[in-house]
Ligand binder design. Structure first.
Ligand code: TYM
Length: 332
């Protein structure tokens, strides 16, 4: 690879992406392709840390791959692949697990949340999930990791693991930095705007899926929970309106001030409809491109197969060197 900095990021194939996934992460992945060497993965191995229906997981992984392409990832420019197709991730996972402490994994808030939510299946994979995430990132010596705010703690752990390995075995891994967008790093639920928008929300009106049709998107925005005030301004305590302003600004490119001016004197109802329309218009090309890609499975397969070859070529070298560093005997 050239002098350009390296970017790695991943997304779980657990159903259609939410507007949070899109604004917080995936659309930024597309923007970064010109300036960086980008590597993007559909992380199916992470997905099985909670119970999945195998038929659905396979389908969701293909859809997620098509979706990142529909959101602008160009498999000619970037490396785009499915995680389980590159066994280097699992190989490095073990090496890094031996440089990760039980205590630090126990402090991960996502583990605590998921363990509480899936209390009948608190498996070891769920616990060591952040180690595999570190392997994803360090296996490409990524400099930057574009993620939403909720992944910050995992990224901090990846940095600690890299530093610990480097201390034990000598400088080797690049210590990655998080790359968190200024606007939209945490898109909130439309029904409980103090909580992040999440696909697992039981209330279907809380979350916009990027393949939702126009009517559905507008309906969900019109039902968004706001406050009893009537001014469209970004201000502490107005979580619902702040979230809508953030979303509007993220999809139109207008600043918060411009948005406030545009809607000065208008009511919440008008504003909600405008946000819904702007989001739907913005996502219309994604919906179209997705349908087109899903109708050509052979092309998709060609893309993800080549993507995995490229991913293996890069991470294979890193893993071989890491094996040597820790003292494993060369196999050839
Ligand atoms: P995942 O699949 O939960 O989410 C994918 C990306 O979407 C971001 N995101 C959000 N951003 C803003 N507002 C929201 N409401 C919102 N919800 C989700 C996430 O921050 C993430 O960037 N562990 C990761 C996947 C992963 C990964 C990696 C990421 C595995 N290996 C290596 C980076 C590097 C996850 O579960 O993301």
């Amino acid at each position: 690879m050239s002098e350009k900095k390296i970017i790695f990021s991943g997304i779980q194939p657990t159903g259609t992406f939410t507007l949070g996934n899109y604004i917080g992460a995936v659309r930024n992945w597309a923007k970064l392709q010109e300036e960086y060497n980008c590597i993007y993965s559909i992380v199916d191995m992470h997905a099985i840390t909670v119970r999945q229906d195998p038929v659905k997981l396979r389908q969701h992984s293909l859809e997620a791959y098509a979706l990142i392409m529909a959101c602008g990832i160009d498999p000619e420019k970037s490396v785009a692949f499915i995680q389980s197709h590159a066994p280097t991730h699992a190989m490095l996972n073990w090496i890094l697990a031996c440089s990760t402490q039980f205590g630090e994994l126990s402090r991960m808030t996502q583990f605590k949340d998921k363990a509480a939510k899936h209390s009948d299946d608190v498996n070891a994979g769920l616990f060591t999930y952040p180690v595999l995430m570190a392997a994803d990132i360090l296996g490409y010596n990524a400099d930057l990791v574009p993620v939403g705010v909720d992944q910050k703690q995992h990224l901090e752990l990846a940095r600690n693991v890299a530093q610990r390995f480097n201390q034990k075995y000598g400088e080797f891994f690049t210590v990655p930095d998080a790359y968190i967008p200024e606007v939209g790093a945490k898109v909130m639920s439309l029904q409980e705007p103090t909580k992040k928008m999440s696909k697992s929300d039981a209330n279907p009106n809380a979350c916009i899926f990027i393949l939702d049709d126009k009517d559905t998107i507008i309906r969900k925005f019109r039902r968004a929970v706001t406050d009893s005030d009537s001014e469209i301004v970004f201000k502490e305590g107005k979580d619902g309106i702040n979230n809508l302003i953030t979303i509007y600004s993220a999809v139109t490119g207008k600043s918060f001030e411009e948005t406030e001016k545009e809607f000065a004197g208008k009511g919440y109802g008008d504003f909600k409809t405008a946000v819904g329309e702007a989001v739907s218009d913005h996502l219309a090309p994604v919906r179209e491109k997705f349908a087109q890609l899903m109708s050509d499975k052979a092309y998709l397969k060609d893309c993800y197969t080549k993507g995995a070859e490229k991913a293996m070529r890069i991470s294979g070298k890193v893993v071989s060197k890491a094996y040597r560093k820790v003292g494993f005997v060369d196999s050839h």
